[in-house]
Design a protein around this ligand. Structure first.
Ligand code: ADP
Length: 459
């Protein structure tokens, strides 16, 4: 089954956010630390120089001697700050030394600093030596021992620790937020997709009554949903179509079969004399059935490969002329005149199928036009399309039937009564072919006056 989309998206979002948060925290922390260290090292140097400066000011140039009390004060003051001072005179004789002054305090202070700083680095104490100058004259030397290259006093150390803690808290908070947003976002992204998958599942189970929820705010998902909805519609229509077709075919077959059966039974049981006339009636019924089967076959074929048109550049006028020539004899028998006129129109079309369309229309025109009538066929060539108009002055089609005559098995009452033969499929086939060519077929008719069929085929 695989993992659910939602959990995968959550996982991705969380991973990305966590990595980013970790990276940002780490880099920010590192950057702050580096800046801070540079600042502290600078500060450190300044502090040492200040001590030396203070010392230099204590030298009494007049008496050429040091004021030991003051040196002591500075030494102790510095010691508390973490600087172990030793001062020598020009001869290199030690005049003041923190360590020998208060060994215990010195050790304690150095120990505290070492312990505190060992959490950050293990540098240990460094000794810095300075010349004590007054003007250009060297008046002594001093050395300062301090934890190098910088160290933190208690409050600074606290500050740095607080800062790290703050980073940690921010990091943790970001993680919590990322998990929450990840979950919520994943839910929002995954929900419509999950819903769509459910709908598709429903359709594949044969349930086309899908109910789409409100549109999502993702364009692609909306497109997907609307395609699925269209697919469901067209599947449902096809299903309906198939059921209807089966019902129609059964209905069409039942009537002639019942008639045929009752006639044959009556003759077999000796109730009816099997006269030539009655037998001919039966043959007529069988012929009707055969032609119905032929029509059905055509319809089935058409519905199978209607989209595989074999298009070639053809002249519409030529097609119409050829087809009407084939009907010459049939028309002559009814003394119907077929008039073909118009301009050549070259169109990319499936010639065999268009021949079938014109054949169906002309055959109808002859069928539904009484003796002595006239059929006018006109071909027009327009910039974007070719047009064929087939007009007869036959029985026409009642207004109430006009919307339905292109439907399968639909026949007007007159054509049923007259037993003119057809099964009501010819126009259905014609319409399918024309629509496969992205064209249009329309009818205009007045009952008793005639009909006019117009076919438009785009170039
Ligand atoms: P059919 O095989 O019955 O002719 P069609 O599908 O070709 O089937 O036509 C459907 C119905 O439309 C016909 O039965 C007839 O009632 C009507 N029809 C078609 N063409 C004409 C026409 N030129 N004049 C009058 N009625 C027509």
């Amino acid at each position: 089954m695989g993992k659910s989309l939602r959990s995968q998206i959550s996982l991705y979002i969380m991973t990305i956010v966590l990595v980013v948060v970790a990276l940002v925290s780490f880099l920010a922390n590192a950057a702050v630390n580096r800046q801070f260290e540079a600042y502290m090292i600078n500060q450190e140097r300044g502090r040492r120089e200040k001590i030396i400066n203070d010392l230099e000011n204590l030298y009494n140039a007049m008496t050429r001697s040091w004021d030991l009390d003051y040196i002591h004060a500075i030494g102790m003051y510095s010691l508390y700050d973490g600087y172990v001072l030793t001062v020598y005179d020009t001869d290199g004789k030690m005049i003041w030394d923190a360590a020998s002054h208060d060994m215990a305090l010195c050790k304690q202070i150095m120990g505290d600093i070492t312990e505190r700083m060992s959490q950050r680095n293990n540098n240990g104490f460094t000794t810095y030596s300075y010349d004590l100058m007054q003007g250009d004259r060297r008046v002594g030397t001093a050395s300062i021992q301090s934890y190098g290259p910088y160290f933190l006093k208690e409050n600074e150390f606290q500050f740095v620790n607080d800062l790290s803690e703050a980073f940690l808290v921010i990091g943790l908070l970001s993680c919590v937020v990322s998990i929450l947003t990840g979950t919520i976002l994943a839910h929002r992204i995954a929900r419509p997709i999950t819903k769509t998958a459910e709908i598709a599942q429903q359709i594949s189970n044969g349930d086309y009554n899908i109910r789409l929820e409100n549109e999502t705010n993702t364009r692609e998902l909306n497109m997907l949903l609307s395609s699925i909805s269209h697919m469901a519609d067209s599947l449902s229509r096809q299903e309906q179509h198939r059921k209807q077709l089966t019902a129609d075919v059964a209905h069409e077959l039942r009537t002639p079969l019942t008639a045929l059966r009752s006639h044959l039974e009556a003759m077999a049981e000796g109730l009816w004399e099997p006269t030539a006339e009655r037998l001919n009636g039966c043959v007529e019924e069988v012929k009707r059935l055969s032609s119905l089967v032929v029509d059905l076959d055509g319809l089935a074929k058409l519905e199978q490969d209607i989209f595989q048109l074999k298009k070639t550049e053809s002249n519409l006028l030529e097609i119409v002329q050829n087809v009407s020539r084939n009907f010459e004899k049939e028309a002559d028998n009814k003394q119907i005149r077929i008039l073909v006129e118009g301009a050549p129109s070259s169109i990319l079309l499936d010639k065999d199928r268009i021949v079938q369309v014109i054949t169906n229309l002309l055959s109808n025109a002859i069928k539904y036009t009484p003796e002595g009538g006239q059929i006018k066929v006109q071909v027009k060539d327009e910039v974007t399309r070719g047009i064929v108009m087939i007009e007869d002055n036959g029985i026409g089609i009642p207004q109430k039937d006009l919307p339905y005559i292109f439907e399968r098995f639909y026949r007007t009452d007159q054509s049923r009564n007259r037993k003119t033969g057809g099964a009501g499929i010819g126009l259905t086939i014609a319409k399918s072919i024309i629509e496969a060519h992205k064209g249009k077929i329309t009818v205009d008719s007045n009952e008793g006056a005639g009909s006019k069929f117009t076919v438009l085929i785009p170039k």
